[in-house]
Design a protein around this ligand. Structure first.
Ligand code: CAA
Length: 260
């Protein structure tokens, strides 16, 4: 598949999608969003892909938000189409059964932070910065920022960022719990890939079960959520990978998971 505004590479079961409009700080225009949706669809359809990584081209930005040049030209109806295009790609991203890591190498603003927050977790470069600056444009976030940010850092911290539109550093994002890890810029991709490889070596069935139990459980009350976990546990117990994992432990050897 050929792309103009993103690049996609797969190595040892780990796919990396790179937002690739560095001159516009990888801002999300319609063409990029359409390509991103196609790439996510292709990842969903490929059973061999075990982990997805998202990052930005160049040394300045992950994604500096929706493309303001394009946004400024849209009337209300077209703006809704634009937002829905991005939102449906992000929804598809969250529905992937494999782990998704955001490798935030620079600005993650507006829609950029919203995409990063839709990933399972974020690793950031020390040079990264984060924010929801839409308020400064007389707008509000349109890709889930008013919903995911307060769920991650709490309503009060989120409202401060959303009302002021201010940018915060990677270290501040780490303190708030937006980011799992902050590393030197040159170490970012190696660190992300090391974690990706670790996860790719696990059994596919149990990785999928963890993701579904966490995500579905978070949207349910605790009693229902615990039932979701019990059902997922039972499903894993019935898998050949669980047999392999437990046998390998007892036989003091490394498990060789087959993804079944
Ligand atoms: N859309 C379109 N172009 C953008 C852009 C964006 N979101 N962000 C940066 N660019 C462009 C700039 O216009 C500039 O282009 P030119 O060279 O042609 O002038 C180029 O990228 C480099 O940017 P700057 O010269 O501004 O770089 P800087 O280092 O001085 O500043 C910045 C960097 C602080 C990120 C600044 O570019 C900025 O504030 N960008 C806008 C961020 C923003 O408001 N994002 C939210 C968008 S709305 C949204 O995302 C809604 C939603 O939730 C869906």
């Amino acid at each position: 598949m050929s792309y103009e505004h993103i690049s996609v590479a797969t190595e040892q079961g780990i796919t990396t999608i790179t937002f690739n409009r560095p001159k516009a700080l990888n801002a999300l225009n319609s063409a990029l969003l359409e390509e991103f949706a196609r790439a996510v669809e292709a990842v969903a359809a490929d059973e061999e892909i075990r982990v997805l990584v998202l990052t930005g081209a160049g040394d300045k930005a992950f994604v500096a938000g929706a493309d303001i040049t394009e946004l400024a030209r849209l009337d209300t109806l077209k703006a809704k189409v634009f937002i829905n295009r991005g939102l449906s790609a992000i929804n598809a991203l969250t529905q992937l059964s494999i782990p998704v890591i955001a490798a935030v190498n620079g600005f993650a603003l507006g829609g950029g932070l919203e995409i990063a927050m839709a990933c399972d977790f974020i690793y950031a470069s020390e040079k990264a910065s984060f924010g929801q600056p839409e308020i400064k444009l007389g707008l509000i976030p349109g890709y889930g920022g008013t919903q995911r940010l307060p769920r991650i850092i709490g309503a009060a911290q989120a409202k401060e960022l959303l009302f002021t539109g201010k940018m915060i550093s990677a270290v501040e994002a780490l303190r708030l719990g937006i980011v799992n890890k902050v590393v030197a810029p040159e170490a970012l991709m190696d660190t992300v890939m090391a974690t990706a490889r670790e996860m790719a070596a696990m059994g596919r069935v149990s990785v999928r079960a963890v993701k579904q139990a966490v995500d579905n459980g978070l949207n349910a009350d605790l009693t229902t959520a615990l039932r979701i976990e019990t059902d997922a546990f039972a499903l894993c117990m019935a898998s050949p990978d669980a047999k392999e994992g437990t046998s390998a432990f007892l036989e003091k050897r490394k498990p060789a998971f087959t993804g079944k």
